[in-house]
Design a protein around this ligand. Structure first.
Ligand SMILES: NC(=O)N[C@@H](O)C(=O)O
Ligand code: NI
Length: 161
């Protein structure tokens, strides 16, 4: 089976697909009498005619090697995954090539990192690697399914890089 090796998640590598949310570097603002660093406005959100919603996902942990059969995208809006634990999770994305996913990329987050997928980015579903798979999810609430799936003719196997 064709394989994809994981790589560490970095803002540069993820830039074509979305935003990495973490507290690396200095905060843009110090607030609350200097007792809190505000890492300000770090994601490009898009709710395309709907509204922003916050949902909680309680997802079953998976493990590597991980069989990838499908990626999906949300044509109407962005989708942010904010872990409510310090565990790394698996992030799979793929470029759009003629309205179909190209070769997927697999990233493993650093503890505490979250992601925001830009509108229309092909991605694997939320994939925790450790319990609890508890995430806050910020995405579009609105009409329509806002969901397009692509099932691979031949699955990919995601292996540890
Ligand atoms: N379907 C849903 O709400 N979640 C997926 O979009 C996902 O990316 O996990
Ligand atoms: Ni999704």
């Amino acid at each position: 089976m064709r394989e994809i090796a994981t790589a560490p998640l970095t803002p540069d590598a993820f830039a074509p697909f979305g935003d990495v949310l973490d507290t690396s570097g200095a905060p843009e603002k110090l607030i609350n009498q200097g007792l809190c660093g505000r890492y300000h406005d770090r994601a490009r959100l898009d709710f395309g005619g709907g509204r922003a919603g916050i949902s909680l996902f309680d997802a079953k942990p998976r493990s590597l090697p991980y069989r990838l059969d499908m990626v999906e995208r949300h044509p109407e809006g962005s989708q942010a995954f904010l872990p409510m634990s310090e565990h790394p999770f698996l992030v799979i994305v793929a470029p759009d090539v003629g309205d179909r996913p190209g070769t997927p990329r697999a990233f493993v987050t650093a503890p505490g990192q979250g992601i925001n997928l830009h509108r229309g980015t092909w991605h694997g579903v939320l994939t925790p690697l450790h319990a609890p798979g508890l995430f806050a999810v910020v995405d579009r609430i609105g009409d329509g399914s806002n969901l397009e799936e692509h099932w691979f003719g031949e699955p990919w196997m995601v292996v540890e890089g």
